[in-house]
Design a protein around this ligand. Structure first.
Ligand code: GSH
Length: 210
C-alpha cells in the first residue's frame, strides 16, 4: 500500500496518523501537488493529495474516504466511532477542523500571489473561518481530554492536525494564548507517536504565475 502525501498537509496527516494508529504497513510517496511535476493528476481528477494506492485497486482520494476505508479493512483503533451520536459529533469536529485547514490553505495561497493581485476581502473572509472554527473547537473541547466519546478518534486526529497546521501556516494567530484549553489539550497529546512522527514540514512550492 502506498500513500501519496505532501509533508505540510493536514489532510494527508489524517491518513498518515490513522495508518500508524492501526499499525498498517505502507510507504509514503512525497509529492508537491502545486508544482508542475506533480503525480497527483494521474490518480485524482482533482489533483489533490492524499491518495491511497493499492495494487489492482482503484486509487482512493480524499482523506475522509481513505480513513473510512481503513476502518473497513482494519477495525483496530476505529477512527469513526460506532455509536451514532458520537459518530456524528466526531464528524462535525472533522468538518470544522478540515474547514479551518481549507481556509488556511486559501489564505496562504492568496498571500503567495503577486501583491497587486491579492484581495484583502477574500483573505478576511477566510480568516473569519479560521477564527470562528478554532473557537468552535475550543467550545466543543471544554476541559475534556478527548473531543468525543472519551476516547481517541478522528475528531482528535483532525483537531490536533489543524492546531499544528495553524502553527505552520498561520503563525500570527496565537491560539495557545487565546484558548488555554486547546493548549492544554495539545500538551497532553503532542508526544503521541503517531503525531510526533507526522509533524508538518514545509515544502518548496513553485511561485504561482498569476
Ligand atoms: N478534501 C480533501 C482536501 C485535500 C487537499 O486540499 N489537499 C491539498 C494539499 S493540503 C492539495 O493537494 N491541493 C492541491 C490543489 O488543490 O491543487 C481531503 O480531505 O483529502
Amino acid at each position: 500500500m502506498k500513500l501519496v502525501i505532501a509533508t505540510p498537509s493536514p489532510f494527508a496527516r489524517k491518513v498518515r496518523v490513522a495508518l500508524r494508529e492501526k499499525n498498517i504497513e505502507f510507504n509514503e510517496v512525497v509529492d508537491v501537488p502545486w508544482n508542475k511535476g506533480t503525480i497527483t493528476k494521474n490518480f485524482n481528477p482533482l489533483g489533490k493529495i492524499p491518495i491511497l494506492i493499492e495494487e489492482n485497486k482503484e486509487p482512493l482520494f480524499d482523506s475522509k474516504v481513505i480513513v473510512q476505508y481503513l476502518d473497513h479493512i482494519n477495525e483496530a483503533q476505529l477512527m469513526y466511532p460506532k455509536d451514532p451520536q458520537d459518530n456524528i459529533s466526531a464528524r462535525l469536529i472533522e468538518s470544522v477542523a478540515d474547514g479551518v485547514c481549507d481556509a488556511i490553505v486559501l489564505v496562504f495561497l492568496e498571500n503567495s500571489r503577486n501583491e497587486t493581485l491579492r484581495s484583502n476581502d477574500w483573505v478576511q473572509r477566510q480568516e473569519k473561518k479560521i477564527y470562528e472554527g478554532t473557537k468552535y473547537l475550543s467550545d466543543h473541547l471544554g476541559n475534556k481530554k478527548y473531543f468525543v466519546g472519551g476516547h481517541f478518534n478522528i475528531a482528535d486526529v483532525c483537531a490536533f492536525s489543524c492546531l499544528e497546521y495553524l502553527d505552520l501556516r498561520f503563525i500570527k494567530f496565537n491560539w495557545k494564548t487565546k484558548y488555554p484549553n486547546l493548549e492544554k489539550y495539545w500538551v497532553i497529546h503532542k508526544d503521541r507517536p503517531s503525531f510526533l512522527n507526522t509533524k508538518p514540514q514545509v515544502q518548496t512550492i513553485e511561485p504561482l504565475v498569476d
